[in-house]
Ligand binder design. Structure first.
Ligand SMILES: Cc1cc2nc3c(=O)[nH]c(=O)nc-3n(C[C@H](O)[C@H](O)[C@H](O)COP(=O)(O)OP(=O)(O)OC[C@H]3O[C@@H](n4cnc5c(N)ncnc54)[C@H](O)[C@@H]3O)c2cc1C
Length: 485
């Protein structure tokens, strides 16, 4: 394990596994997964993959993505996503992947909020992520090291030489010519979230610690319809496509109050729906529900089998029962700054792709189901750049293999305090006073005797708070609450 690899990929979600699929078979590649392979956000994705239906739809997909991104998108990145998306998805289908089809064999496309037409491909009904993940795992041609947490990047003179890992109670280094961060977002820094338990912003924290640029970290997306009343850390998401296909949001009196906020009602962009639900709950003190009564029972079980099964396990019989919902943290638009080939800013041999990356393809707000597509499209570009540069000469540098304590007594309580702090003060509605309060407390915690893993979470959280403080006006997912509003 300690030998030199051509490529080390940190993460086994769509971004990491599709990077692996796109690399030449004869390379010496190692994939690292912090936990079991399926403990990643890719596995839990429900709705599907947004992709232009035909050539005429490409400019419309671009427009929808730019509109959702609220002026913060990199137009070049969006252009790549929407133009290269159909090509990459076609290749994936040619590999043998089966998206859902109708009886005549035509691909089924559904609609989600802020898409101006049906262009979301799905698989296994609402199990798109699980199907994609399983398929990519089956195609994986390189070894994967499970239960392996990257704790540092090995960097000297602005070049990356590998990673330091914690595996089997041991700390050691893994060296590679190219290192790809595909470690996903930041879910666990928030109290209520939909993310896999592995998604705790370690790599964003390591980058902050090493002065590697993070960008747009204030841009955190909250999903409007999450069942948060369970004790599980990862809260059950109720996919956007439910609303796309007719589900309503009502208060305890059955009133569709979303229209008070936006004439598009349930089909408003997710930041608007999240903010509206949050605001309405605070102002009225009323409970909010997802009403699925427009679905025919048999159809619902077939179209949304995972949601049906999971909610049934929690005592809700769908589509009959109303489901109490609340917004929860869902997706990080902000991340590690990279160019359009995933090259990390100012660090040679280091790449980032997927939710961990910030190419500005999502701008200030991600259009629903654009992130799996991002994982597919940009990983192929990362693999292409690796192919073109792998044979360049690289020095051999050795790093020590020591790490300060990863976990210390008392970290758990502080971690929970941080999650609450981030949810309350750097969540859906923000204001300067509370953000400053959060920042002060995070700075205090950073001065305590704490383990490295908590330190990394704190460093990522500090980046989110500082970016939020810098952006004085509301934009996309970043919503500043003014007094009286
Ligand atoms: C419930 C849910 C539903 C969603 N539905 C959709 C949808 O329908 N359509 C859509 O487009 N998007 C959806 N998303 C978003 C989408 O799933 C993610 O953005 C995308 O899957 C991220 O892929 P990724 O490969 O970048 O990261 P992930 O799939 O999250 O994988 C990250 C990997 O990194 C590993 N890792 C993390 N830290 C470390 C470390 N320190 N050391 C080693 N390994 C590490 C993890 O173990 C994991 O293997 C959904 C997200 C959630 C949570």
């Amino acid at each position: 394990m300690k030998s030199m690899h051509d490529v080390v990929i940190i993460g086994a979600g769509v971004a990491g596994l599709h990077t692996a699929l796109s690399l030449d078979d004869d390379l010496n590649v190692l994939v690292l997964s912090k936990d079991y392979a399926w403990e990643c956000n890719t596995f839990y994705a429900q709705g599907g993959v947004a992709v232009a239906v035909d050539d005429d739809d490409i400019p419309i997909h671009i427009k929808d993505t730019l509109n959702a991104g609220a002026g913060l998108c990199d137009e070049g990145a969006v252009d790549i996503l929407c133009h290269e998306g159909p090509v990459v998805i076609k290749e994936f289908i040619e590999h043998g992947f089966k998206f859902d089809k109708d009886r005549q064999g035509n691909l089924l496309y559904t609609k989600e909020a802020a898409h101006s037409r049906n262009r979301i491909l799905h698989a296994g009904g609402d199990a798109t992520g699980r199907y994609i993940h399983q398929f990519l795992m089956d195609l994986l041609k390189f070894p994967i090291l499970y239960n392996t947490q990257v704790t540092d990047l090995l960097i000297e003179d602005n070049e990356c030489y590998g990673v330091r890992v914690f595996h089997n109670n041991e700390i050691f280094n893994i060296y590679a010519k190219k290192i790809v961060i595909a470690s996903g977002g930041v879910g666990s820094v928030y109290e209520y979230h939909t993310n896999a338990r592995t998604i705790s912003s370690d790599m964003q924290g390591i980058c902050a610690m090493r002065d590697i640029a993070l960008r747009d970290m204030e841009m955190m997306q909250f999903h409007p319809t999450v069942f948060v009343q369970s004790s599980a850390v990862r809260k059950q998401l109720l996919s956007e496509s439910l609303r796309g296909e007719g589900a309503k949001i009502v208060d305890e009196d059955g009133r569709r109050f979303l229209f008070d906020y936006d004439s598009r009602g349930e089909l408003s962009p997710r930041n608007i729906v999240s903010q509206a639900i949050f605001d309405y709950q605070q102002k009225s003190g009323k409970k909010v529900f997802l009403d699925l009564n427009s679905f025919e029972e048999g159809f619902f079980m077939k179209r949304f089998p995972s949601i049906y099964f999971n909610m049934n396990n929690m005592g809700y019989y769908l589509p009959i029962d109303l489901v109490p919902v609340s917004p929860a943290f869902h997706y990080a638009m902000g991340g590690i700054k990279s160019d359009l080939f995933g090259r990390v800013d100012k660090v040679k041999s280091l790449y980032v792709v997927g939710e961990a990356a910030n190419t500005r393809v999502h701008g200030a707000n991600r259009l629903a189901s654009n992130s799996l597509l991002e994982g597919f499209v940009f990983s192929k570009r990362v693999a292409l750049d690796i192919k073109l540069t792998l044979r360049e000469k690289k020095r051999v540098v050795k790093f020590d293999e020591v790490e300060p304590s990863l976990i210390k007594v008392g970290d758990k309580e502080l971690k929970n305090e941080l999650r609450n702090l981030m949810w309350s003060y750097a969540g859906i509605q923000r204001d300067e006073k509370n953000l400053q309060k959060a920042l002060n407390r995070v700075e205090e915690m950073l001065k305590l005797s704490i383990g490295k893993l908590l330190r990394l979470r704190l460093l990522s959280s500090r980046e989110i708070i500082k970016s939020a403080l810098k952006r004085k006006e509301s934009l996309g997912a970043h919503y500043i609450k003014r007094s009286g509003t």
